[in-house]
Design a binder for this molecule. Structure first.
Ligand code: GLA
Length: 393
């Protein structure tokens, strides 16, 4: 959909013109999974898919939410901003507006607004459609409410933190900061090597001669808020508590694989032990993978991606039949350097590095295996790595 078509849709929805248009991308994580809320590093990139927001102030002291993707519409009085029941989609926006005022008391909502959202991140695919919506809203409303920062890098980090707080408070998912950070700080043809404890980061060029990043959608929706995600967060806390009896730590990511050998015996809960083993291994793999990419060792990068999937499957237990079928089929294709689940898991997508000449075989073989084993059809997208949140008009 073009912005011109979106403008027309806004006029149809509200009978007047939009004043501004903003865009924020979804993301794909290359490696570093379930490490963000453990104080570890991640390596995501922003996609060209994302969420658009068109806005115009109104004179009615009401926030009107409409979407070109969702049939439900909401009208919320400015005096009544609070989480809405029944998993209302407007929560991902409303929460950001609420959190801006709480984090920045000088920010003022001067009027009501008419809002129209449009998204093209495949829904439920683990490519951060909700983070895109949060970050686009945080970007638009910080500007509208008169709170921004001249330092663009700091401003974008704050947008990510607003989005993450919204996810915690308005969606009940105790996520890390990766998704919102990638949406806010993305850079074309670069991945973001982010330390989720310090929020320091580096843009690393993704230069892959003759190789593409291919995303495969299971079409088996992930349900992050189903509780399984928050369970993992709690299990990691249990591991931290038990390890701290022998070695005080704040986050699992502080442990190197060598430390792990010393402390693993302190974890009495067998589930917490598996979860922690994944985190410690994944943090080390992520650092190694980023180094490999910088040195052009793409084969090694691919092997580390595959090892990441195995650990997420066996120790973190967030993959499931659909993701495993896709990854395991991909590993059999010549010209695939690595393949793994991406995002929270329990459905959603895999990400694979595939040589150009192998892409058609990859799609045909993985698609066929997947359909035979699950009865579902997979979708394939060659990822375009794009920029972070922006105002378009
Ligand atoms: C979801 C969360 C992220 C991160 C990933 C797993 O996408 O929103 O914060 O924890 O899962 O790496």
């Amino acid at each position: 959909m073009t912005t011109q078509e979106m403008n027309q849709a806004f006029e149809q929805a509200y009978g007047r013109k939009a004043e501004k248009i903003f865009f924020a991308p979804g993301r794909v994580n290359l490696i570093g999974e379930h490490t963000d809320y453990n104080g570890g590093c991640v390596f995501p990139c922003a996609l060209s898919f994302g969420a658009w927001l068109l806005i115009a102030p109104n004179a009615d002291k009401v926030l009107r939410f409409k979407s070109l993707n969702m049939p439900q519409e909401y009208s919320i009085q400015l005096s009544a901003i609070s989480p809405q029941p029944d998993r209302a989609w407007c929560n991902y926006a409303l929460g950001c507006i609420d959190i801006i005022t709480r984090r920045h008391p000088e920010a003022k909502l001067q009027s009501g607004y008419d809002l129209l959202y449009f998204g093209n991140v495949p829904a439920g695919a683990g490519l951060s459609s909700s983070a895109a919506m949060e970050v686009v809203t945080a970007r638009a409303f910080t500007e509208e409410m008169g709170w921004t920062l001249a330092d663009d890098k700091k401003y974008r980090t704050e947008l990510a933190l607003i989005g993450q707080a919204c996810e915690h408070e308005y969606a009940g998912v105790m996520c890390g900061v990766m998704d919102q950070f990638a949406s806010a700080q993305g850079k074309k043809d670069h991945a973001i090597y982010l330390n989720c404890d310090t929020l320091e980061f580096e843009h690393v060029p993704v230069k892959l001669d003759g190789i593409k990043v291919v995303i495969t959608n299971t079409h088996s929706p992930h349900h992050l808020d189903s509780g399984a995600y928050n369970d993992r967060v709690r299990q990691c806390h249990t591991a931290v508590e038990q390890i701290s009896k022998v070695k005080p730590i704040k986050f699992l990511a502080e442990l190197t694989p060598e430390d792990w050998e010393q402390v693993e015996g302190a974890i009495t809960d067998p589930i917490a032990k598996k979860r922690a083993r994944h985190v410690v291994g994944e943090v080390a793999r992520t650092a190694q993978a980023v180094e490999a990419l910088k040195q052009g060792k793409i084969e090694l990068f691919g092997e580390l991606m595959t090892a990441s999937h195995v650990s997420l499957r066996d120790d973190y237990e967030v993959t499931g039949k659909e993701l495993d079928t896709l990854a395991e089929a991909a590993w059999q294709v010549e010209g695939v350097l690595g393949s793994r689940m991406t995002g929270g898991g329990f459905g959603g997508c895999t990400v694979s590095l595939v040589r150009d000449e192998a892409i058609e075989t990859f799609k045909a073989f993985v698609g066929k295996e997947y359909e035979e084993k699950t009865g579902l059809k997979a979708d394939f997208y060659v990822a375009e790595i794009g920029d972070g949140v922006m105002r378009l008009e």
